[in-house]
Design a protein around this ligand. Structure first.
Ligand code: GBH
Length: 457
C-alpha cells in the first residue's frame, strides 16, 4: 500500500433512495406516501414536480445495476419503501413489494455488489399521516418496528447490512413547521418547537425499536447502523485553540446534540438541553434506553461544514458566516468545505468519544448545472473538483487511523431532489428524463478509476 492508497478493504459505493428514483408509485399494490401527497400539493415543489415517474428505476433496475457493476462499486446503498411493503402503514403485508426488493437484491448479489438497505428514507405511508399524524405520534415508532420486522424476516437471508432511518431531522424538523409551511413532507404546521422536537424523539424511538426488531428477526448475523446528517463544526484552521473551539461547538448543533448524542450515548447533549429549555421533548421512562441501542456502525451524510473559531464567550467558540461569493455548488447550502469529512469522522471518534465505532460516509456529493454536449457527454468538472477534495479528506482520516470503512457517493444517478424536483442534479450518471437514457458523466469515469486504483486520482 502506498501512502496515497486507501486501506485494503476500503469499500467504494454509491447511494440512492426509493422515492427519488423508483417511480411506479401506483404499481403492484403500493399506496401513497407523504411525499406523493406533498409533491402533488400546489406550490410545494419546483414546478409541481413529483416522484411519480422519477427515473423509472422500478422497471429499469437491472440496467441500472449493470451500470453500477461497470463502475466497479463494491457496495450499493438504496432504500426500501414502507408503502410498498405495508401500504397502509400497519396491517396487511404486500408480497409484491417484498418481491421487488428481492429481485433487486438478487441482481446486486449476482454482480457481487453488497447491498446496504436503508429502511426509511422519508417516504412514510400517507395513511399514517391521516390516521394519527405520523411522527407526531408515538404510535409511529411501533408501526415502523412492525414493518421492519416484516422486511428483515423476509429479506434478511440476503441483506445483512441495515440502516434504520435516514437523517431524522430532515423528515421531522424540516417536515413540521411552527407558523410557516415547511420544505419537506408531510409539510404540517405545528403549534410549538416542542412539538417539533417530539417528532424527532419519536423517530429516535423508532430507530431503537427497529434495531431490536432487526436483531430479533435477522436469520443471519448482520450489522446495523443509523444514518445521520449532523452538523460538522470545522476549525477555522488547525491551531490548538480553534480545534478545541470546534469540539466545544459540536454538541450545540441540533442534529448532533438532539440525534446522534441520544442514539450513541443515551442522553441528549446537555449543551443542547440548556439551549432548548421548554422546547425539549417529553421523554418517558425507558425511552433513552430504547433509543440507545448497540450499533455496528454510524453512517455519516456530509456535504458541507461550518467554520468555528475560539472566542472569549461563555461557549468558548464562535460560528463564522460564509462571506459573500464564497465558493459553492448548485444548492443554496452547498458551500465547499472539504475538511468537513475529516472533521465529521474525527468528531464522532473523539468528541463523542466513540473511537471503537465503525463509520461510513453514507452520502457525499453535489449538485451541478450539468449540460449534455452535442456529442452526448457531460463534463462535470466541478463535481470532480468537489468529490476529489472531499475524498482526500476521507483518505486523511483513514491514514490517521480513524475507523472509516467506506464511502458512498450521492448519487448514482440524477433523481427527484425533493422540493427542488428534477432541477438539481446530484448524479454521477446523467438521466435524460425525456428518454430515460442513462449517460455516465465524467465524474462516473473518474470514480471508476479511483475505485480501480483504490486511491484518489
Ligand atoms: C440528503 O439530505 C438526502 O439524504 C438525499 O435524499 C438528498 O437527495 C441529498 O441529501 C441531496 O440534497 O436549507 O440551509 O436549512 C441532505 C441534507 C439537510 C442538507 C438539510 C441541507 C438544509 C440546510 N440536507 N440541509 S438549509
Amino acid at each position: 500500500m502506498t501512502s496515497q492508497q486507501f486501506p485494503t478493504g476500503f469499500q467504494w459505493g454509491t447511494a440512492t433512495a426509493a422515492y427519488q428514483i423508483e417511480g411506479a408509485v401506483d404499481r403492484d399494490g403500493r399506496k401513497p406516501s407523504v411525499w406523493d401527497t406533498f409533491s402533488a400539493t400546489k406550490g410545494r415543489t419546483f414546478q409541481g414536480q413529483t416522484g411519480a415517474i422519477a427515473c423509472e428505476h422500478y422497471d429499469r433496475y437491472k440496467d441500472d445495476i449493470k451500470l453500477m457493476a461497470e463502475l466497479g462499486v463494491q457496495t450499493y446503498r438504496f432504500s426500501i419503501s414502507w408503502c410498498r411493503i405495508v401500504p397502509d402503514g400497519r396491517g396487511t403485508v404486500n408480497q409484491a413489494g417484498l418481491d421487488f426488493y428481492r429481485r433487486l437484491v438478487d441482481c446486486l448479489l449476482d454482480y457481487g455488489i453488497t447491498p446496504y438497505a436503508t429502511l426509511f428514507h422519508w417516504d412514510s405511508p400517507q395513511a399514517l399521516e391521516t390516521k394519527y399524524g405520523s411522527w407526531r405520534s408515538r404510535e409511529m415508532a411501533q408501526d415502523f418496528a412492525e414493518y421492519v420486522k416484516v422486511v428483515v424476516s423476509n429479506l434478511g437471508d440476503r441483506i445483512t447490512n441495515w440502516m434504520t432511518l435516514n437523517e431524522i431531522t430532515c423528515f421531522t424538523h424540516m417536515g413540521h413547521g411552527v407558523g410557516k409551511t415547511p420544505q419537506h413532507a408531510p409539510g404540517t404546521k405545528v403549534g410549538s418547537k416542542k412539538e417539533v422536537w417530539q417528532t424527532s424523539h419519536h423517530a429516535l424511538l423508532a430507530h431503537g425499536l427497529a434495531c431490536q426488531a432487526i436483531r430479533a428477526n435477522s436469520p443471519k448475523s448482520c450489522s446495523i447502523g443509523l444514518v445521520d446528517n449532523f452538523g460538522v463544526t470545522v476549525p477555522l484552521y488547525e491551531s490548538p485553540e480553534h480545534i478545541e473551539a470546534a469540539k466545544k461547538a459540536f454538541p450545540y448543533h441540533c442534529g448532533n446534540g438532539g440525534i446522534i448524542y441520544p442514539a450513541l450515548t443515551g442522553e441528549y447533549s446537555s449543551a443542547l438541553l440548556e439551549q432548548l429549555k421548554n422546547d425539549a421533548p417529553d421523554i418517558q421512562e425507558g425511552d433513552l434506553k430504547t433509543i440507545h441501542q448497540p450499533l455496528d456502525f454510524l453512517g455519516l451524510n456530509i456535504y458541507t461544514g461550518t467554520y468555528i473559531r475560539a472566542a472569549d464567550n461563555w461557549q468558548g467558540c464562535e460560528w463564522i458566516d460564509f462571506p459573500k461569493n464564497y465558493p459553492a455548488l448548485n444548492m443554496p447550502w452547498l458551500q465547499i468545505v472539504p475538511e468537513c469529512l475529516y472533521w465529521g469522522i474525527r468528531h464522532v471518534s473523539e468528541t463523542l468519544n466513540r473511537p471503537d465505532l465503525a463509520l461510513f460516509i453514507t452520502e457525499n456529493g453535489c449538485a451541478a448545472q450539468d449540460e449534455l454536449t452535442s456529442q452526448g457527454e457531460v463534463f462535470d468538472l466541478d463535481r470532480i473538483l468537489y468529490l476529489r477534495q472531499h475524498l482526500q479528506s476521507v483518505h486523511r482520516a483513514a491514514i490517521e487511523g480513524y475507523p472509516i470503512l467506506g464511502y458512498f457517493i450521492w448519487s448514482f444517478m440524477d433523481n427527484f431532489e425533493w422540493s427542488y424536483g428534477y432541477d438539481k442534479r446530484f448524479g454521477i450518471t446523467y438521466v435524460d428524463y425525456k428518454t430515460q437514457q442513462r449517460i455516465p458523466k465524467s465524474s462516473y469515469h473518474w470514480y471508476a478509476e479511483c475505485i480501480r486504483q483504490n486511491r484518489v486520482v
